[in-house]
Design a protein around this ligand. Sequence first.
Ligand SMILES: Nc1ncnc2c1ncn2[C@@H]1O[C@H](COP(=O)(O)OP(=O)(O)OP(=O)(O)O)[C@@H](O)[C@H]1O
Length: 310
Amino acid sequence: MIKIKNLKVYHSQEDFVILRNISLTINKGEIFGIAGESGSGKSVLAKTMLGLTKKPLITQYDEMIINNKMISGEKDFKLIRGKIISMIFQNPTASLNPVMTVGSQLIETIMFHNKCTEAEAKEIAVSLLKQVEIDFPEERLKSYPLNLSGGMNQRVMIALALSSNPKILIADEPTTALDITTQSKIINLLLKLQKEKNLTVIFISHDLNLLEKIADRILILYAGEEMELLTKDEIRQNKIRHPYTFALRKSIPKLDEKPDYLFSIPGQIEKNSSKYDNRCIFYNRCDRKTEQCYKQKPDFRDKCRCFNPI
Ligand SMILES: Nc1ncnc2c1ncn2[C@@H]1O[C@H](COP(=O)(O)OP(=O)(O)OP(=O)(O)O)[C@@H](O)[C@H]1O
C-alpha cells in the first residue's frame, strides 16, 4: 500500500537531519503505529506521505509508492492528498473553522470530493455523522465547533477525513487533547471504522502502551532514525531488542506498581547533525554503548539498529 525507500528530510539552512534514510512498507488494511519521543520526526514522516513538508525543510527519497502509484512530485501528491490519504490531527477544535457550522464544513468538503448537489451532500453529511456515532446528526449540522465538546469535534474531523472515501487514514496523536474516557471512545470508533472500511491506518503516538494494544506493527523512531520495527506480539511478549525501545517502554508507569519515582530516559533527544553521520544517534543516552557505537553508525538490519541489542 505504501512503500518508501531511503527517505531523507533535512534543514536547508542548518546542520540538521530530521529524517535519515527511512525505508518502510505499510501493508493494505494494517494499523501501522509510529512511536517515539517528542521531536523524533513522527509528524514530519506523516507529512512527507502527503507532500506537505515545506521550506526550510528539503525532502528527498529514492522511491515512494502509495496505492500502487509512483510518487515523483507535487502533481502526484495532489492526486492522493485528501483523496487516497486523509489525516486527522491532535487538536480537533483548533483544526475546524470556528466561524463555519459543522454542516457547512462537511457539505463544502463533500462537494469538493464528490460530484453532487448541495442537497445530496447534506444527505452524505448526515450519514457520515451517523457513521462517527454522533446523535441527532441533522441538529449537529447546525452547530459551530466551539459549541461542541473536543470528542465531538474529533468525530466531526473523522467524518471530514472520511468524506473522500480514503484508503489510508493518518491519525496524528488524535486523542492527546481529549480526556481519558473520550480517548477510548475515539480509539474504539477508529478501530470500528478501520475494520468496516478496510482502511490502512497510520497511527502516530508517543504512547507505546496504546500502540501495542491497537497496532499490528510499530515503528520506533528516534531523532529521525528507525530504531526498531516490532509486531504488537513482539512488544507484548517482551521481545524488544533495542535499548531505546526498552527504555521507552520502561518509562510507561504500570497501574499495578507504585514506584517511589517514575523512570525517565536520562538526557535529551539531540539534533541529528552531521556529527552523527558515523555515530549511533542514541549513543549519549544508551546504557549498552561501546566504543564501536561512537565510531560507526549501526545499520537498520533485521528490523533493529543496534550493535549491542538486548
Ligand atoms: N518546518 C520546520 N522547520 C524546522 N524544523 C522543523 C520543522 N518541522 C519540524 N521540524 C523539526 O523536526 C523535528 C521533528 O518534528 P516532528 O514534529 O516531526 O516531531 P514529533 O515526533 O512529531 O514530535 P511531537 O510528538 O512533539 O509532535 C523537530 O526537531 C522539529 O523541531
